[in-house]
Design a protein around this ligand. Structure first.
Ligand SMILES: [Zn+2]
Ligand SMILES: [Zn+2]
Length: 369
């Protein structure tokens, strides 16, 4: 039986003990107790955005020494008429494209309420968190082709996320942009000095992406690695991509918008208001639909900004599954209906593109996604 675990992400959060450990190491190494205290306080103020149900490290309840007393969630085999258990696990697990005929074993999560001990409820948000949640606007989006769009109508953003349709293969599949088009993207015009950009790069875009950063006026300050895990929380070993080694990771460049008018030439400085030291360079997250990136990046950015309702943030080349409360999404696959709650943007838009009026949406009528 499949029981949905409502509003809970399974097995995606870092364990608290790891956090405590790294704090000790940090103190030992640099002796800066004050920094550590500040980081601890920040972590408490900006906890993980989603409730968390732990997946048991033993995967199956019959392998679990705690047996029916274990409060973690376990996996059970999804045995269908065509399943042949002797073949073992399907390499693709829950991302298998032929689930209805695949003879290999697939897994589902057990009903967490079926064990003898109930799963402890998610912590109730404190009053300040509840207030913060109310202030967050539902997702905003405009369906545009970014190649020929005047981004000045949107105003400036504190954080940009972009997962561009890089032309990374020899044969250009429909929908990719040429290198020249990518270099000419008006990315830099969307941010003031010190704004943060998170740019997903893959294949030859690992080099091209760095060239784009220069062309757009950014300095790369870091790089995130997404380690792709499968449903059973193991490393993805049989990737659908990769001509040589199977692809088990992806890269995201982190860059800061340069100052345009620095005397010593272009320079960049991370804004002091951004929270530092809360997250690591490694995202450990399950793969989902092809090319879809993990939501953990949004969580990380919201912690950097001090909460989901803080700062203006936008995703470029986004699709409908990227729409998110507190965020803007721009892309050309977002459908006919726009959703905008900022009067200034509506006004600017009407002035610049009179032929295409966008209307001010009412946040009260918009469902939170
Ligand atoms: Zn267990
Ligand atoms: Zn399969």
């Amino acid at each position: 039986m499949v029981l949905e675990v409502p509003a809970a992400e399974v097995g995606w959060a870092e364990a608290p003990s790891v956090t405590a450990c790294s704090d000790q190491d940090e103190t030992r190494q640099n002796g800066k107790g004050a920094t550590t205290d500040r980081r601890k306080a920040l972590r408490q103020r900006f906890p993980l955005a989603r409730p968390f149900v732990q997946v048991c490290a033993h995967t199956m309840r019959e392998d679990c020494p705690r047996g029916s007393q274990c409060t973690d969630v376990h996996f059970v085999r999804a045995i269908r008429p065509h399943t042949e258990v002797s073949l073992g696990d399907c390499s693709y697990l829950n991302t298998c494209h032929r689930m209805s005929t695949c003879r290999y074993v697939h897994w589902i999560l057990e009903d967490p309420l079926a064990c003898d001990v109930l799963v402890p409820p998610a912590p109730v948000p404190s009053r300040s968190e509840a207030v913060e949640r109310v202030k967050v606007l539902p997702p905003q989006w405009v369906n545009v082709d970014l190649r020929d769009f005047d981004v000045s109508v949107l105003g400036k953003y504190d954080v940009l996320v972009a997962d561009p349709p890089w032309a990374i293969h020899q044969e250009l599949p429909y929908g990719t942009l040429t290198d020249d088009e990518m270099m000419r993207m008006p990315v830099g015009a969307m941010q003031d000095e010190g704004g943060l950009l998170f740019l997903w790069v893959t294949g030859r875009a690992m080099e091209l992406g760095r060239e784009c950063l220069k062309a757009w006026g950014y300095d790369r300050i870091d790089e995130l690695v997404w380690i792709k895990t499968n449903q059973l929380q193991g490393l993805i070993r049989t990737g659908r991509t990769g001509h040589w080694l199977n692809h088990s990771k992806e890269h995201c460049l982190v860059a800061v918008r340069q100052s345009a008018h620095s005397e010593a030439g272009p320079s960049s400085k991370l804004r002091a208001c951004f929270n530092r030291g809360l997250d690591t360079q490694v995202l450990l997250a399950e793969v989902r639909e092809t090319s879809r990136k993990p939501d953990e990046l949004y969580d990380m950015i919201e912690r950097i900004l001090g909460g989901r309702g803080q700062g203006r943030k936008v995703e470029l080349f986004g699709r409908k599954h990227n729409l998110r409360p507190g965020w803007w999404t721009l892309g050309n696959q977002l459908g006919d209906r726009d959703q905008v709650f900022e009067q200034e943007v509506v006004t600017n838009f009407a002035r610049r593109y009179p032929e295409r009026a966008i209307h001010l949406s009412n946040p009260r009528n918009a469902p939170l996604t």
